[in-house]
Design a protein around this ligand. Structure first.
Ligand SMILES: [Zn+2]
Ligand SMILES: [Zn+2]
Length: 331
């Protein structure tokens, strides 16, 4: 990001977009990968077994779908959306990028929704995500897409982290996250909060309120929904770093991918997002195909969020002319 672009980024209500704590999400071109052979890949067998069981369970759950009541299916969709928002509006746009401000009640709701998504606690998720933006497509990127689709999708969770990921993650200050009591509370009580939000609540509601069997209530709204949210998030790291056009910056790998935009409720405008990571909409098109942006806008309307950062149209146009691939912009 050039100085002019940074200066042109403005809060919707007029304030400057930059603040020190978010600058760890901007690409750092001073980092150089170490020469010589790469460190050996160490497989974490516990994760391989758990992820295999989870995905076999999800396949079995698909076979159970015809036996579930329509209320249970609707509930599963609702749980999918709530947990996805815990990642997209919560861990991603609020806590990783500080692209808008959220009141205490909204932060509590997003933290609970984040536990429903069970993708590591907010602190860890945001740290890894800032490292991903800062060292994208290098050894220090936790899900370096240059290591292939499988690695950037799920493989990175099945092996020990590259030492540079750990080193660079440790060097981030993360003072804003440490100062957020909601983030630190969720981190402290992460395991019980996951048991409650990711498994117990999705299972209990259909069983208690409309008499669904516990078996189906476990496999569909809990296990299948969890697996689908995981894969939707992972597609942003894999597919949206490989397939699609690059209207904003051809010098980076992330792309505009409408399928990912759909599955990850608005996070597939990834060439835009890596070019302007501080934009709360992660797209120049606001709410279009972007349920997460609609959600944040609704929260602003209700007075629960404010100071949404946007990029000025002139800045986007100048960037498109300077570094874009000349393709039609998606959206
Ligand atoms: Zn990315
Ligand atoms: Zn991001």
């Amino acid at each position: 990001m050039t100085e002019t672009e940074e200066g042109n980024a403005r809060h919707r209500n007029g304030g400057a977009a930059t603040d020190a704590c978010t600058r760890d999400d901007v690409f750092d071109n001073t980092y150089k990968e170490k020469d010589g052979p790469k460190p050996p890949r160490t497989i974490v067998w516990k994760n391989v077994i758990l992820m295999s069981l989870l995905h076999f369970g999800a396949l079995y759950a698909l076979c159970l779908v015809p036996s579930a009541t329509s209320m249970t299916l609707a509930w599963s969709v609702l749980c999918f959306l709530v947990s996805a928002l815990g990642i997209t509006a919560g861990a991603h746009r609020l806590w990783s990028h500080r692209s808008y401000k959220a009141s205490l009640p909204l932060r509590i709701i997003l933290a609970a929704a984040n536990s429903m998504a069970f993708q590591n606690d907010i602190y860890e998720w945001a740290r890894d995500h800032r490292v991903h933006h800062k060292f994208s497509e290098t050894d220090a990127d936790p899900h370096n897409a240059l290591r292939g689709f499988f690695f950037s999708h799920i493989g990175w969770l099945l092996v020990r982290k590259h030492p540079d990921v750990i080193e660079k993650g440790r060097k981030l200050e993360l003072t804003d996250l440490k100062a957020d009591k909601v983030v630190m509370f969720q981190r402290k009580y992460y395991k019980p909060s996951v048991l409650l939000m990711c498994f117990f609540v999705p299972m209990f509601v259909p069983w208690y309120f409309w008499g669904e069997t516990l078996w189906i209530a476990y496999f569909i709204p809990a296990l299948l929904r969890y697996t689908l949210v995981l894969n939707s998030t992972w597609l942003v790291n894999s597919a949206a770093h490989m397939w699609g056009n690059r209207p904003y910056d051809t010098g980076i790998n992330p792309r505009e991918n409408k399928w990912v935009t759909f599955s990850a409720i608005g996070e597939g405008f990834h060439n835009y997002h890596h070019t302007f990571p501080y934009d709360y909409a992660t797209s120049e098109y606001g709410c279009k195909l972007n349920l997460t942006t609609c959600f944040i806008d609704s929260m602003c309307y209700l007075g629960l969020a404010n100071e949404c950062k946007r990029v000025a149209h002139e800045t986007i146009d100048a960037r498109v002319k300077r570094t874009g691939d000349g393709s039609i912009r998606s959206g």
